[in-house]
Design a protein around this ligand. Structure first.
Ligand SMILES: NC(=O)c1ccc[n+]([C@@H]2O[C@H](COP(=O)([O-])OP(=O)(O)OC[C@H]3O[C@@H](n4cnc5c(N)ncnc54)[C@H](OP(=O)(O)O)[C@@H]3O)[C@@H](O)[C@H]2O)c1
Length: 277
């Protein structure tokens, strides 16, 4: 599969099309920082934005969306229900708050942010209702291990469209990726650059030199060729552009394998079996 453009989409299990590449905004400060980053990305051709209630920047994302001049139907906006809001009624309320902050009439993808024990199945029922009411075009989860997904699927009426989890060359998640594929759940990676910590990796630098690309570009290209949806975060205009310039080269099978082999099952974020927030 050759990916030729940063607006190229993948097809989710309900036939909704989602851009395979987008901008993440975790840690982007509410106000000018988020506003300018999102607006720059959209004007540069990005079409997908990944935010969350917990990032506390939905209002700035919404303002940038309004001002960027891109028709709403061309955009794909993801937000997430935070842990403290999980449960049926509180999730419906949290969704309405996010919708209002974003200034939108619908969300493209609404995700459970973390698998809060004894809560996520009720939360999922709320997402199913929002989906059936037409307020969100697709629903999914984040940070679900295989056992969380098996548990959810045993009660769910709707199979999650997406599982968004930490994914990068030091955490290649092969069993989870295979499981998601077998269930029709699209695999989406967060912290594709290891939250910036992978950018001085000497092995990837050697590969990047061969293609005249940066380490960030090689890592993001590796995500695309692994059929993952990717959402690198940057608030720096030149990096927003650099990260999107990955549609004009293809990593060889040998280089893909060399990057796959860097796996150490090493997380930069919390383990979904052991988080305390
Ligand atoms: N569902 C979840 O639980 C979850 C958890 C974590 C993240 N996410 C999502 O995934 C997105 C991406 O993950 P992330 O923000 O953790 O980290 P990331 O995208 O792996 O890395 C972002 C960091 O790398 C820097 N950077 C970006 N492009 C660069 C480049 N070309 N050269 C050098 N440095 C570069 C950024 O700096 P500047 O911004 O200063 O340019 C920032 O410090 C998040 O923003 C969020 O939307 C979801």
């Amino acid at each position: 599969m050759t990916i030729t453009h940063l607006q190229d989409t993948v097809t989710l299990n309900n036939d909704v099309k989602m851009p395979q590449f987008g901008l993440g905004v975790w840690k982007a400060k509410d106000g000018d920082e988020t506003y300018a980053a999102v607006k720059h990305a959209l004007q540069h051709g990005y079409r997908a934005i990944d935010t969350a209630a917990a990032y506390k920047n939905e209002e700035s994302v919404g303002k940038a969306i309004k001002d960027a001049g891109v028709p709403r139907e061309e955009l794909f906006i993801t937000t997430k229900v935070w842990n403290a809001d999980q449960g049926y009624d509180s999730t419906i309320r949290a969704f309405e708050t996010s919708l209002e902050k974003l200034g939108l009439e619908y969300i493209d993808l609404y995700l459970i942010h973390w698998p809060v024990k004894d809560k996520y199945n009720d939360t999922w029922k709320a997402l199913e209702r929002l989906y059936n009411d037409g307020k969100v075009r697709a629903i999914g989860v984040c940070n679900f291990h295989i056992h969380h997904l098996e548990d959810l699927l045993s009660e769910a009426k709707i199979v999650p469209a997406v599982n968004q989890v930490e994914f990068h060359p030091l955490l290649t998640q092969e069993p989870l990726r295979d499981f998601c594929k077998s269930k029709g759940i699209y695999f989406e990676g967060w912290s594709p650059l290891g939250n910036g910590r992978l950018l001085d990796n000497a092995s990837i630098q050697a590969i990047a030199d061969k293609y005249n690309k940066t380490v960030a570009q090689v890592i993001l290209r590796w995500h695309l060729q692994n059929d993952a949806i990717t959402i690198p975060k940057s608030v720096t205009p030149s990096r927003i552009e650099e990260n999107a310039a990955i549609f004009d080269f293809e990593l060889s099978a040998e280089d893909m394998n060399a990057i796959n082999a860097l796996n150490k099952d090493e997380r930069t974020g919390a383990d979904p079996d052991n988080f305390n927030f």
